[in-house]
Design a protein around this ligand. Sequence first.
Ligand code: NAP
Length: 315
Amino acid sequence: MVHRIGIIGFGKIAQDQHLPAIRANPNLELTAVASQRGLKPDEARHTFTDYREMLREVTDLDAVAICTPPQVRHLIARDALEAGKHVLLEKPPAATLSELEDLRRLANEMRKVVFTTWHAQYNRGVDVARDALAGRTVRRLLVTWKEDVRHWHPGQQWIWEAGGFGVFDPGINALSIVTKIMPTPVFIRQADLAFPANRDAPIAADLRLSTGPEDTDLQAVFDWRQTGPQTWDIEVDCVGGPLLKLSHGGSRLEIDGSLVVEEESEEYPAIYRRFETLLAEGRSEVDDAPFRLVADAFMLGRRIQVEAFEDNPPH
Ligand code: NAP
């Protein structure tokens, strides 16, 4: 069965990942695109500048992939569900937990599928790490997620606005791996959030986590001020072993110093295969665990003001 998909918001991730993943999947057809700027790939039979027109006019559309910034996702997703469409949500799935809960409820009421995608979870190294950690006691976790914001988010203003998540936009990818691989739930104990003097979202964050009352050393450090190559690493050390190191965003895994997985990331093809399964089963998948940790970090976070950030600093 071919599912007819519409993309809403034709920015970087839609063009770099969603478009090729849909193209390469014979069970999916990119039927329509809604782009405020009027962008369109050749194969989309219908294009609109207003997504509401798309929902009204393309009556044979089965599902939409919402690839906009998070601040507007809830409203668009609500409209899509009420128009009888299944919904795939880019990460982060909404701007607030209450919005996501509303989408879960509405999808259930409308008998439609809502799917929260966490692309970093779709790496084989992540699955192997989760299996290796099952039943173990973690004593140390170190997440190091550092990259150059000017390289990865050139000119994107929404990430610096309140609700744009700042450094948690990439940091939530690391947390989506943590929540998938850790054998027990983790909690935020302390959060230091560094806000540039001229911005409404953090440029760096230092999180202390815990799995409960026991004595563990769990930390996550996110920083957008790193220049040169990015660092997307997660180290996990268990009582009595093993010692795991996931790197390159989850696509490379070492266990006790031996390389176990090293593969090109195929995250988005895997996301769309998962979506197909959910559509076939008529079942939603709403994973809010990474999102809750970010919300908790903002709730508990100590705000530290740092140097103003300019997209194009004077040379
Ligand atoms: P982006 O390049 O800024 O693209 C977002 C697009 O959404 C814009 O180009 C615009 O496209 C549309 N849009 C912007 N404001 C809108 C509004 N108010 N209402 C409706 N549509 C609006 O951002 P992106 O990097 O693709 O990120 C989009 C989402 O994907 C974010 O949640 C991000 O976390 C996630 N993501 C990004 C990456 C990445 O590497 N960039 C990776 C994974 C996930 P049109 O003009 O075509 O409407």
